[in-house]
Structures are given as structure tokens and as C-alpha cells.
Design a protein around this ligand. Structure first.
Ligand SMILES: NC(=O)c1ccc[n+]([C@@H]2O[C@H](COP(=O)([O-])OP(=O)(O)OC[C@H]3O[C@@H](n4cnc5c(N)ncnc54)[C@H](O)[C@@H]3O)[C@@H](O)[C@H]2O)c1
Length: 269
């Protein structure tokens, strides 16, 4: 029997991270599950154990250095780390426009979206390098690749996550460590619930909005993270894979709700 993988998932209780920790535990990993929400963490760990898996909670804000230290010491006690999923990120605090935003908001967005990714990776990478193996999967966003109004700092820091992914992959490939990312869009999660995204809009618009015609379910994202973390992706490194139902491919080419033409063609009747 092969050795059980030790996997760290940040923000592993709810949303995309919640589905990822459950999926990787079901696949056989021991999951070190970090999350700031104590009740949700306990629930996630209990569900994993109930399903026959293994999970060790590390409750706390991953932006906090002391929490990063606790994740690292938990991993050291377990003796190795095979997979790191840097999942935590948030578009909030959001501002109506960049001009309305404040340096305090940019600082918080920087800490929530980029800084902890560097810190936790920096703290765990030496173990992977020493082992000569490891897979890191970061959670970026499609907004790293296209413009989004009211989200310039969030977009900039996530472009940083994807650039970090690329450059680190080049640096650590020779040590057997792979680094990839996913770029989600339109996930139905507590942060961006389908209900909130649809508020005031006609649900029929969804099929004109998202090429695959529906919001993403958390399992859709966890499946791609699980693939990138697995040996099936052994020759894939340095990439950010969009998991977006086709929105990035469609870019500005949104179908009109009346089915006649495209929203970015002003001459379409
Ligand atoms: N939802 C989307 O459509 C979407 C789109 C693009 C990118 N993303 C990215 O995917 C990732 C997950 O998004 P989601 O929608 O599942 O988020 P979510 O807010 O629904 O869930 C996040 C989870 O992380 C935990 N968490 C939040 N801040 C934390 C912190 N500082 N320390 C530890 N735990 C923390 C929460 O308690 C929760 O369990 C984020 O990086 C986000 O930017 C999501």
C-alpha cells in the first residue's frame, strides 16, 4: 500500500475549499484543514471522519503568522507534506470603484489574496524540496486575466497569484515539486451565492451569461484541484486552469438574452 498523502487545505471548511478537503480526504489523503470558521471546521472534519477519512483541524485566520506556524508544526508532527492547496481568497472588502477604495482595503485584499499564499508556501516548500516531491495548487480567479469593474486590487493580487504560480513552478520543478492554480468563475458558494448573483435578474439569463448554462457547483472546482494535485497531472506545472463554465473563453462575447446575436456587437438588432 502506498503511503497516505498529507494535504493542507486553507479555507477548507466551506465553499470551494470545503469541497476540496472533502474530495481529497475521500480520495485517501489525510487533510490538515485550516479555516477561520470554528463551527464549520469542526463540521467539515466530523463529516470527513464519518465518511471514513482523516482530518486534522487548524482553526484560525491564515493571514495571521501564528496560524501559519501552527499549520507548519502540525505538518511537521505528521512528518511530511505532499499537497498544499492555497485556497483562501476574497474579493471583499469591495468598493464601488477604485477611486472610492482606500489603502486599508487594498492592504486587506493583499493579505487575503496574495501575501498568505507566499508565506505558507515559503514555510512548507522546504519539506517538499527535501522529500523531492510535492504539488501546490493555488486558487486564483478569471479576473486575473480579464478586466473587472470594482475589483482592480483583487484582480491585481490574483494576477500575482497566477504569476507566482508560473515563476515558482520554473524554480522548483527540478526538485520534483509542481505548482499550478485554478481560476474559478461563478461558483455557487457562501462568498458568491447564485442567489445573490441572480438577485433582481431573470434566471433565464444564466444560459446567456455562462456558456455551459449554469453556475458552478463546488465539486466542479474540487475535481480540477484534485486532478492538478494528483499524479495524473505529473507533467503539468506552471499553469492556471480556468474552471468557469466558459466565461473566460466567451470574454466579451455574451449572447443576447433574446437569442439574437451578441452583447458586444452594437449593430446587432
Ligand atoms: N466563488 C467564486 O465564484 C470564485 C471566483 C473566483 C475566485 N474564487 C476564489 O476561490 C477561493 C474560494 O472561494 P469561495 O467562493 O469558495 O469562498 P468562500 O468565502 O465561500 O469560502 C471560503 C472558506 O475559507 C474560509 N476563510 C475565509 N477567510 C479565511 C482566512 N483568512 N483564513 C482561513 N480561512 C478563511 C471561510 O471560513 C470559508 O470556509 C478564493 O480564493 C476565491 O477568491 C472564487
Amino acid at each position: 500500500m502506498s503511503q497516505q498523502r498529507i494535504t493542507v487545505v486553507t479555507g477548507g471548511a466551506l465553499g470551494i475549499g470545503g469541497a476540496t478537503s472533502r474530495r481529497l480526504a475521500a480520495d485517501g489523503d489525510l487533510v490538515v484543514l485550516n479555516d477561520v470558521d470554528e463551527a464549520a471546521t469542526e463540521k467539515a472534519c466530523a463529516e470527513i471522519v464519518e465518511a471514513g477519512g482523516r482530518a486534522v483541524p487548524v482553526i484560525g485566520d491564515v493571514v495571521d503568522d501564528a496560524v501559519i506556524e501552527r499549520i507548519v508544526s502540525t505538518v511537521r508532527e505528521l512528518g511530511r507534506v505532499d499537497v498544499l492547496v492555497n485556497n483562501v481568497g476574497d474579493f471583499r472588502p469591495a468598493s464601488k470603484t477604485f477611486l472610492h477604495s482606500t489603502p486599508e482595503q487594498w492592504q486587506r485584499l493583499y493579505e487575503l489574496n496574495l501575501l498568505h499564499v507566499l508565506k505558507l508556501t515559503h514555510a512548507l516548500l522546504p519539506m517538499m524540496v527535501e522529500q523531492g516531491s510535492g504539488a501546490i495548487v493555488n486558487n486564483s480567479t478569471v479576473e486575473a486575466f480579464r478586466g473587472i469593474p470594482a475589483g482592480a486590487p483583487y484582480s491585481a493580487y490574483n494576477a500575482g497569484v497566477s504569476a507566482f504560480t508560473k515563476s515558482l513552478a520554473v524554480e522548483v520543478g527540478a526538485h520534483g515539486v509542481r505548482v499550478n492554480a485554478i481560476a474559478p468563475d461563478l461558483a455557487d458558494t457562501p462568498q458568491t451565492s447564485a442567489e445573490a448573483m441572480l438577485r433582481g435578474r431573470d434566471p433565464d439569463l444564466v444560459r446567456h451569461w455562462i456558456p455551459l448554462g449554469r453556475f458552478g457547483r463546488v465539486d466542479d472546482y474540487a475535481a480540477v484541484i484534485a486532478f492538478l494535485a494528483s499524479d495524473e497531472a505529473r507533467f503539468v506545472t506552471g499553469h492556471t486552469v480556468p474552471v468557469d463554465g466558459g466565461t473566460l473563453a466567451a470574454s466579451g462575447w455574451y449572447a443576447r438574452a433574446d437569442g439574437k446575436g451578441w452583447s458586444n456587437m452594437p449593430d446587432t438588432p
